[in-house]
Design a binder for this molecule. Structure first.
Ligand code: NAG
Length: 472
């Protein structure tokens, strides 16, 4: 392995202030189950990514309460990269296909809006979760409450939660797609509406990303099997309250990203990174992975390109949808969701979190489980990475904001060394997450709207077991 290390260029090490493998104590730690249609919120002040709700395929009779847990991304903490379960403290009914954003006066309240609930088809109320006290409340809200919905997309900007589109939450298959534009003020606790002049047509499962006060809307579905092309970029200017439709192109037309829904988009280094998603057609009813799992939109030129990955790394790029994407500085956390490339009959849900590190000409990725396995292996062989440990500065607790994963082959076994790159939190230029959830009918999250599969249309409200109806 040192042989291969030698070939790495100096610059690489210079950029990545290396180090490795803290010993992770995984015993007794909470391990969340597979899920999809959850939401994720980065709480920067706590260095945590919260995960809320989502549908779990097992157990067969679900917990009627939502899971709420967080991933600790403070690398100076002994519990770094571990999950903490808050479910028993937070009585949020099982909620799926909702949106969550961090808001409130002190930016410490997670607002949970919409989606479908286990028992309550009316999801028009707003939940507020205090990240300091774990208190969940339903604040009294002024203004005209928009109808319940799922599969909208959201961003938060200056305390306002912007929600465009979505689908009626309480109805069945080919039902209402919304093109309304609702704005929830998390500080003054009221509902407002945004302009609909030149706004997109009704859609679901699109993504929204805020860039310098402009929200970019990408993809989604406008009808059951109709997916707008990714050349169409809708921009909403918040200050002007105006919409415009722009045309994007591809750096290389061969690599134009395909239409998609149920994907995510986040802002990294001033560029929009989209990930995953599915499409289908009248001919092909199954979910198919969107062409180009990961793509980057330059917001100045509106040119799509496909990022390059560092060839020394294994770089898992799972084809997912209904996952979440969270940006922490220049690191993207892709969590849970369903695989689009696993045949029906196989478990398609993803249990892992994938970590993508940007900020270098090339990207690195690894899964959280691999990092943990490596850390455990390293515990057995602590001598492996010690040559680089000196680059860690434990006296700088606010640093360590990055995870870089470098895979290095040792013999025939591809091993991954975990390289924690050190960047001051003060260097975070931006923190932003956005995600897309999509909807099903209240008791059948796997509705036709999601995967266009006829088998999903059986649906009986108020009959809990039908939430578990699966495709054959
Ligand atoms: C996600 O995967 C699970 C397990 O394979 C499956 O039961 C479910 O229908 C899938 N959900 C969607 C929306 O495709």
């Amino acid at each position: 392995m040192y042989k291969s290390l030698k070939h790495h260029n100096y610059h690489f090490y210079h950029l990545i202030l290396i180090i490795i493998l803290y010993i992770l104590n995984v015993y007794g730690q909470y391990v969340p189950e597979n899920r999809y249609a959850h939401s994720a919120v980065y709480v920067r002040s706590e260095s945590r990514i919260y995960f809320i709700g989502g549908f779990k395929v097992t157990p067969y009779v679900p917990n009627p309460m939502s899971d709420v847990f967080y991933l600790n991304i403070n690398f100076t903490d002994a519990n770094r990269l571990e999950f903490t379960d808050l479910t028993s403290q937070i009585n949020l009914p099982l909620t799926i296909f909702h949106d969550s954003e961090l808001g409130g006066v002190n930016k410490d309240l997670i607002f949970i809006i919409g989606g479908v609930n286990w028992k309550d088809p009316d999801t028009s109320h707003v939940y507020s979760l205090n990240t300091k006290t774990n208190e969940l409340s339903v604040p009294i809200v002024q203004g005209k409450v928009p109808p319940s919905r799922k599969g909208m997309s959201s961003v938060i900007y200056e305390g306002k939660f912007y929600l465009f589109g979505g689908q009626a939450a309480t109805t069945g298959i080919n039902t209402l797609y919304f093109n309304d534009f609702n704005i929830f003020d998390t500080i003054n606790l009221n509902w407002q509406v945004g302009s609909l002049v030149n706004s997109p047509t009704a859609r679901i499962l699109h993504s929204a990303t805020i860039v310098n006060g402009v929200i970019y809307y990408i993809g989604g579905k406008t009808q059951v099997t109709v997916y707008p092309p990714l050349t169409e970029i809708y921009q909403y200017d918040i200050v002007g309250n105006t919409w415009s439709l722009k045309e994007a192109t591809a750096a290389d037309p061969k690599f134009m990203p395909g239409s998609r829904a149920g994907h995510t988009s986040i802002l990294i280094d001033g560029k929009i990174v989209i990930y995953g998603g599915f499409f289908s057609s009248d001919d092909i009813q199954n979910k198919l992975p969107a062409k180009e799992t990961i793509a980057i939109l330059d917001v100045n030129t509106l040119v799509w390109s496909i990022p390059e990955f560092d060839a020394r790394v294994d770089n898992p790029i799972p084809k997912l949808f209904l996952h979440t994407a969270t940006a922490v500085g220049e690191v993207m956390f892709i969590a849970f969701g369903n695989f689009t490339d696993k045949p029906d009959g196989f478990d398609q849900t993803n249990k892992d979190i994938y970590i993508f590190v940007f900020g270098y000409p090339q990207i690195f990725s690894s899964s959280l489980s691999l990092i943990k396995n490596m850390a455990n292996a390293n515990e057995a062989q602590p001598q492996i990475p010690t040559s680089t440990n000196t680059n860690i500065n434990p006296q700088q607790p606010s640093s360590l904001s990055k995870v870089v994963i470098v895979g290095i082959s040792i013999g025939s076994v591809s091993l991954v060394l975990t390289i924690l790159s050190v960047l001051s939190i003060a260097h975070y230029k931006r923190t932003k997450k956005s995600k897309v959830q999509l909807g099903g009918v209240p008791n059948d999250p796997n509705s036709v709207e999601i995967n266009d599969d006829k088998s999903h249309s059986e649906y009986q409200q108020q009959d809990p077991p039908t939430i578990l109806t699966e495709s054959p």
